[in-house]
Design a protein around this ligand. Structure first.
Ligand code: GLU
Length: 474
């Protein structure tokens, strides 16, 4: 049996939004489910979009996500180079071969001519399509033009009749009338290939068996298949996946600043949780379970269960999954995703490491992501607390003043400031003020923390410290 080989083929933009990352995960899962290889290929033929350090950035991202690359620019492999700009000669050779076979042709049309065609199409309200002007040039004419230094591109010659059909694993049968296929550019005038050409050459030469990519390519795939046919190459299995949309219903992109993996990571989201969330976004397992480790996903992933319709990136759902992972973190890991944010937000210079650790630990079950620690611990750093309407209304109830008075005197008596003694003070207040449940805990909580919710009350009071608590009880 042929070894399954998938590839992740990002452009080096120095940025990875979650939609891109999800494609990489799908590719990885399909490869690993079948004991296959996962290849990283850098698609940098659009030199204008290239960003310094972008390849390292991609490696870092995948490494953080525990996605192991079998072959790629920084790995060894038999099918390199894995960076398209280092493969220019290869594309040129194959493009010229296609010309010889009569499946492609040189086109010398100038930008001005093409602009005119575009304008005309606009006026006629039809989609622009190159008119095949250069396809019948004679060999002599071509040679002369090249000699004159005229710029040219190589275009694929499309059949004008018939229908192209292929099967997509997710979308089923896809049919396109050949007359709708444009004589697309394969090789640009700067000698670089287009995506439309390079993807085919590379996927074939790199022995890629499954092509998983965004469904914006679904209607172009018949053109790619014509190239495979022209060369007599075996076509890969196609798995097109629907887009991930932003909450505004628009495609995720750097422009709308949406959901970049690194932003999430830097805010203290756990890569395993991001992966878990992303896989469930546009794919569903056979069961109703929602939490899966990478190993479990590898075991159960079936691409046939990928969704056809676009998914909306929902930060609330991600928060829910991430909170689940945070609850399970060990202390060291938990500190590493929270303390940097605390340091940035608050002055911790007079706090001991012990105090900081306790602060973080009592909030472990109360945060959805690392940076959220800043909001939820605000009450420990605020000078003055200001009650909202709900709290004020609660505090205006009869008997509350007395509860606070009793509690204050119990607190004053404490010599050894431990959580246990604080708990005892609460219990004596219960007796002496003759209150219980909500009427016992809530007034104390509101008075010392300024809010109605939070971690365990004795823990909170302990961390606040005796002085501050007495101050607030005044
Ligand atoms: N470079 C393409 C992109 O970023 C890759 C598409 C593909 O996987 O073939 O969309």
């Amino acid at each position: 049996m042929t070894k399954v080989r998938t590839r992740f083929a990002p452009s080096p933009t120095g940025y990875m939004h979650v939609g891109n990352l999800r494609t990489a995960i799908f590719e990885y899962l399909i490869a690993k489910h079948n004991d296959g290889d996962f290849i990283l290929r850098i698609e940098d033929t659009d030199q204008e979009r290239k960003v310094e350090g972008a390849i390292d950035f991609i490696y870092n991202t995948l490494e953080l996500c525990n996605i192991h690359i079998s072959e790629g620019p920084n790995n060894k492999g038999e099918y390199g180079p894995y960076i398209q700009s280092e493969r220019i000669d290869i594309y040129k050779k194959y493009a010229e071969e296609l010309v010889k076979m009569g499946k492609a042709y040189y086109c010398f049309c100038t930008e001005e001519r093409l602009d005119k065609l575009r304008k005309k199409a606009e006026e006629d309200k039809v989609a622009f399509m190159y008119d095949g002007h250069c396809k019948n040039l004679s060999k002599e004419e071509i040679e002369q033009k090249i000699k004159n230094g005229e710029k040219y591109v190589i275009r694929q010659l499309m059949p004008k009749e018939g229908v192209s059909v292929y099967n997509d694993l997710v979308y089923g049968e896809i049919k396109v009338e050949n007359r709708l296929l444009e004589d697309q550019i394969l090789l640009k005038s700067d000698g670089y290939p287009t995506y439309n050409f390079a993807n085919v050459i590379d996927d074939h030469l790199m022995n890629i068996t499954h092509v998983i990519r965004g469904n914006e390519y679904i209607m172009s795939t018949p053109k790619y298949n014509l190239l495979y046919d022209a060369f007599g190459w075996e076509k890969p299995t196609y798995i097109h996946v629907a887009m991930v949309l932003g909450s505004d219903g628009q495609k995720l992109s750097k422009r709308n600043g949406d959901a970049s993996f690194m932003d999430l990571y830097n805010d203290g989201y756990i890569p395993e949780a991001i992966i878990n969330y992303l896989v469930m976004l546009g794919w569903s397992p056979e069961t109703n379970d929602e939490i899966f480790s990478m190993d479990e996903l590898i075991k159960i992933f079936d691409p046939k269960r990928i969704n056809k319709s676009p998914a909306v990136f929902d930060i609330k759902k991600l928060n829910w999954i991430n909170a689940h992972y945070i609850k399970k973190l060990d202390t060291e890991k938990l500190l590493s995703i929270t303390v940097p944010h605390l340091k940035e937000a608050y002055d911790l210079s007079n706090k001991t490491d012990e105090w900081i650790k306790e602060l973080v630990l009592i909030h472990q079950d109360h945060i959805s992501y690392g940076k959220e620690i800043v909001e939820v611990t605000d009450l420990f750093f605020r000078e003055n607390i200001k009650l909202n309407e709900e709290c004020t209304t609660f505090m205006n109830q009869e008997g509350i003043e007395n509860t606070i008075k009793v509690f204050k005197s119990e607190i004053e008596k404490i010599e050894d400031w431990t959580t246990e003694n604080i708990n005892n003070a609460i219990m004596s207040t219960k007796e002496k003020a003759n209150v219980k449940g909500k009427m016992l805990y809530m007034p104390i909580r509101i008075k010392v923390s300024g809010q109605m919710h939070g971690p365990e009350l004795p823990d909170t009071i302990h961390l606040l410290g005796k002085e501050l608590v007495l101050n607030r009880l005044k």
